[in-house]
Design a protein around this ligand. Structure first.
Ligand code: PLP
Length: 360
């Protein structure tokens, strides 16, 4: 077996809501720990799933996910043959790593960022070069990332907006960066939170017209509210497309994923409402953090990343009162998804009390 596997720790999944309810004797838990969308998916998705003919169950699904391919092509204006689908963006991150990484290669990532790129590199025995974001504002150190690249670099992962910071980089900066990359280094822009930026120009997709060493990854788990349906997609040009498709399992999206995904993509009005609701709530959260003098990075996503004296302690106080957040990423920084208005109020109240007590 691969010797690297013995050193890999299994992913610690979110504690189920029922388990927390029992442990803390609570009726309601606001799950704000995994950047999920608490507003839920479009009602049209539920309709599409219910309408799916049960006769499909004993036949393999469309291995090409053609309906989803067409829906995405219409939405983005990108030619349909450029898409590939995954069981969540997670699967695509695995496939990309499988194709490009060897034990002799390295990857360059932002720090902090989403953990999957490092895990996948560890599986392949590739070195991870993590370049800290600027402490002051959380922006990506593009020149630091360029400096970290050498002849053994296979992949550069750029999450935009980044998780857990929420910080968005203008696409002109990404283009500038891409123009300076050696052509044999592949840039993957993970746009899991793109829809929350609420600006159609906030994507690297148009750069596919001029760059063959680019992959853009998205997911329907976040703004579309479909984390449980597991639908991720990527767009890239012919050579990379061929190589990833060659190692993809043939039927990796079920008919339910395809039908649900199409319904979600076709309901852009619903998406807009969700994004607007989250923006409103985010603004209220930031006003509270400002009034408390709590340092935070400006987020263009459905979550916030802010600094306190003891993240674990605040995380525990929130959890014991029914708000589940992520306080295990950094000793001083806490990540909290934007919840429903009443849950946000509760989280803000607990945070205010914690800050005032810590200041005494
Ligand atoms: C930046 C980023 N990429 C990818 C993913 C994985 O998304 P999916 O649910 O589609 O596997 C996440 C999930 O949190 C994420 O934050």
């Amino acid at each position: 077996m691969k010797p690297t596997i013995k050193n890999i720790q299994p992913y610690v999944a979110e504690a189920p809501v029922q388990a927390i309810q029992q442990a803390y004797h609570l009726d309601h838990i606001a799950r704000l720990s995994a950047n999920e969308n608490v507003y839920g998916a479009s009602p049209k998705v539920y309709e599409a799933l219910q309408q799916l003919n049960q006769d499909v169950l004993n036949y393999y699904p469309d291995g090409n996910a053609n309906d989803l391919r067409q829906a995405l092509s219409q939405l983005t204006g990108i030619a349909d043959e450029k898409f590939l689908f995954g069981n969540g963006a997670d699967e695509l991150i695995s496939l990309i790593s499988r194709v490009f990484l060897t034990s002799d290669s390295n990857i360059v990532i932002q720090a902090p960022t989403f953990g999957a790129y490092r895990t996948e590199a560890n599986i392949e025995g590739a070195e991870v070069r993590a370049i800290p974001v600027f402490e002051q504002n959380g922006h990506t150190d593009f020149s630091g990332m360029l400096d970290a690249i050498d002849e053994k670099t296979s992949l550069v992962w750029l999450v935009n907006p980044n998780n857990p910071t929420g910080v968005f980089e203008p696409v002109t900066d990404i283009e500038n960066f891409l123009n300076q990359l050696p052509s044999d280094v592949v840039l993957v822009v993970d746009e899991a939170y793109y829809d929350f930026v609420n600006n159609q120009k906030a994507t690297a997709l148009p750069l596919l017209a001029t760059h063959d060493n680019l992959i853009v990854v998205r997911t329907l788990s976040k703004a579309y509210g479909l984390a449980n349906l597991r639908i991720g997609w990527l767009a890239t040009n012919a050579t990379i497309h061929r190589d990833i498709n060659a190692i993809r399992a043939p039927y990796n999206l079920s008919s339910y994923q395809i039908a649900g995904g199409v319904a979600a993509i076709e309901d852009q009005d619903y998406l807009q409402k969700v994004v607007a609701g989250i923006q409103d709530e985010r603004t209220k959260w930031l006003a509270v953090l400002d009034s408390l003098n709590v340092p935070y990075y400006v987020s263009d996503t459905n979550f916030l990343w802010f600094k306190v004296a003891d993240a674990k302690r605040l995380g525990e106080q929130l959890l014991s009162q029914g708000v589940q957040v992520n306080s295990r990423l950094n000793p001083q920084w806490i990540r909290i998804a934007i919840g429903l208005p009443e849950d946000n109020l509760l989280a803000q109240k607990i945070t205010s009390k914690y800050i005032h007590t810590a200041a005494q």
